[in-house]
Design a protein around this ligand. Structure first.
Ligand code: SF4
Ligand code: F3S
Ligand code: FES
Length: 245
């Protein structure tokens, strides 16, 4: 059975904007993105929203719903009561381009700063051999759809704009952890670089990134904490220190 829902949607750009109220039809089985599309079709044709797959796989429709970072296409309207006002706002950590669309180029910049996978030079394609356990370990991280909800949520940059220069965020620290665990990667010192160049030390393992990940990747437990442990091992292990000297 359909009903009329009350929506409050943020309209504006980085300089100015406010929340607009709408009453909009909702049908059984719909997600928040369906309702936003109905709003565009019936009342707000100029409402800007980014989306692509409507299947939780492209990572485009990230926003905040009632203050919680979520994918618009994976949030069912049945999550809310019919009387509830559903408030939809853009991701707070990134500059707003218009309405629900944010400029996520901070993330692309951080992606570029992570040195690429470097396989051994004498290994031809097709000769790569890995243990199944190593494949499985990195497969979890490869599920990332680059929605940047974790980047949006982490308080290190959400509450401190000036940390953006020195902190790459959970998604890219996870990428470094993945490469550092890769048995065929020959790039030295990834863990040390995570600390010195990507701000690993800013992370105080609050796990908010893990909580919002739509792919349920255990970012903190399986990537960030092991990376921190490897930094500590290499920095404080007396044998390693002697070896380095
Ligand atoms: Fe999104 Fe999860 Fe990837 Fe972060 S790790 S960008 S939350 S899919
Ligand atoms: Fe931020 Fe996640 Fe660490 S939310 S503080 S990167 S555990
Ligand atoms: Fe692709 Fe939502 S539209 S993840």
């Amino acid at each position: 059975m359909g009903y009329k829902a009350r929506f409050r949607v943020w309209r504006g750009d980085d300089a100015d904007g406010d929340l607009h109220d709408y009453t909009v039809e909702v049908n059984e089985g719909e997600v928040v993105l369906d309702v936003i599309h109905r709003l565009q079709a019936t009342q707000a044709p100029d409402l800007a929203v980014r989306w692509n797959c409507k299947a939780g796989k492209c990572g485009s429709c990230s926003a905040e719903i009632n203050g919680r970072p979520r994918l618009l296409c994976m949030t069912r309207m049945s999550t809310f009561t019919e009387a509830e006002i559903v408030t939809v706002t853009p991701m707070r950590t990134f500059p707003v381009i218009r309405d629900l669309v944010t400029d996520v180029s901070y993330n692309y910049q951080k992606a570029r700063e992570v040195p690429a996978f470097r396989p051994p030079e004498d290994l031809a394609p097709g000769e790569y051999r890995m243990q199944q356990i190593d494949v499985q370990r990195s497969q979890e991280f490869r599920k990332c759809i680059e929605c940047f909800l974790c980047q949006n949520t982490c308080h290190v940059v959400r509450d401190h704009e000036d940390n953006k220069t020195n902190f790459s965020g959970p998604r890219f620290l996870m990428r470094i952890a993945e490469l550092d665990m890769h048995p065929l990667d020959t790039h030295d010192n990834r863990a040390q670089e995570a600390k010195e160049d990507h701000g690993l030390g800013f992370c105080n393992i609050t796990k908010c990134c893990t909580e919002v990940c739509p792919e349920h990747i255990k970012i903190t437990d399986n990537a960030l904490i092991p990376l921190k442990e490897r930094v500590a091992d290499r920095s404080y292990d007396p044998l390693m220190r002697l070896f380095r000297k």
